[in-house]
Design a protein around this ligand. Structure first.
Ligand SMILES: NC(=O)c1ccc[n+]([C@@H]2O[C@H](COP(=O)([O-])OP(=O)(O)OC[C@H]3O[C@@H](n4cnc5c(N)ncnc54)[C@H](OP(=O)(O)O)[C@@H]3O)[C@@H](O)[C@H]2O)c1
Length: 283
């Protein structure tokens, strides 16, 4: 049985992976931030030295994109240095690493989906810190998967879907930006790809994009949420092009899925995956 450590297990992706544990044949070991802080390399070393893990799944990250603009020290400490520590211990103890990265490593100037070999050029501090983490991993390891994903949502934690559902329920009117084009991604879909990497043990190492199929704006995403709820009314959602944020956002961050689909399977459209989560939320 493969022995797998999951870091950052209290985040929405970590918790979604945990939901899979009952049905899987993997020996999972979940570590939240309070169990193991990835900025503490000594603790990582001590644990890895006596644990004999086959895989490490790193879901730990500084994910506050706005916060990273004013608090970029923390963003770098966790997303860059933390990833470096993990890569170093994986190298030393021969553990394969699955690390989650982001569409925000790109500048958004493309007009077709970004492939895994396209030039990176992050335009905000979060994206820069995540890219530095990727580079450290590639320096240290051969046996790694870096998975770039986008617009994650799930039943857990704070995310766009849960926020919009809550606001629609309370009857609020919402102004949602039409300015960015990207792809909403269900943590359930991403977790199943991660589990496939571990169980199949035959996918070539390297960088993969993972999102649902298709793309939309945040406004289109919110409209689709409203359309699928019994109490949702799409008139509550108004388009705006004047949504001000501290962090610059890539205008277009759609990721090409060709390499992932060749190695895994055809992926759902974002609308189908969204419906699955919304019906679980209603259940
Ligand atoms: N959310 C998105 O839309 C999105 C989009 C693209 C890529 N990603 C990437 O996907 C991955 C998973 O994201 P997510 O949405 O699941 O994020 P999340 O819900 O914010 O979870 C991140 C987890 O990391 C933990 N963490 C933070 N600093 C840590 C440290 N020093 N040591 C150990 N754990 C630490 C957090 O702990 P606390 O709970 O204590 O804060 C939290 O539980 C991340 O790599 C993120 O960059 C996310």
């Amino acid at each position: 049985m493969k022995k797998v450590i999951v870091l950052g297990s209290n985040g929405q992706l970590g918790k979604t992976i945990k939901d899979f544990t009952d049905s899987s044949t993997i020996d999972f070991h979940f570590y939240s931030r309070s169990d193991l802080d990835i900025t503490d390399k000594t603790k990582l070393e001590t644990l890895f030295a006596c644990s004999d893990f086959d895989y490490c799944i790193n879901c730990a990250a500084y994910t506050n994109v706005e916060g990273a603009e004013t608090n970029n020290e923390d963003a770098y400490l966790i997303n860059a240095d933390g990833a470096k520590h993990i890569a170093e211990v994986c190298n030393r103890f021969q553990v394969k690493l699955i690390h989650i990265s982001t569409d925000y490593v790109f500048d958004g100037e493309n007009n077709e989906p970004y492939t895994t070999t396209d030039q990176t050029n992050p335009i905000n501090q979060y994206g820069k810190s995540k890219l530095q983490g990727e580079l450290y991993i590639q320096e240290q390891l051969n046996e790694y998967y870096i998975i770039r994903t986008s617009w994650l949502y799930s039943l857990h934690g704070k995310n766009f879907v849960k926020t919009i559902v809550g606001k629609l329920k309370s009857g609020s009117t919402l102004n949602i930006t039409t300015e960015e084009q990207g792809t909403p991604t269900s943590c359930l879909d991403l977790a199943s790809f991660i589990l496939y990497l571990v169980t199949s043990d035959k996918v070539p190492y390297g960088i993969y994009n993972f999102t649902a199929n298709g793309s939309t704006t945040w406004y289109g995403f919110a409209q689709e949420i409203a359309k699928n709820l019994p109490y949702g009314n799409s008139d509550q959602i108004l388009p705006t092009s004047k949504f001000k944020t501290l962090a610059k956002r890539p205008q277009y961050s759609v990721l090409s899925l060709n390499k992932t689909e060749e190695n895994f399977k055809k992926l759902n459209t974002w609308q189908i995956s969204l419906r699955e989560i919304l019906s679980e939320m209603q259940a």
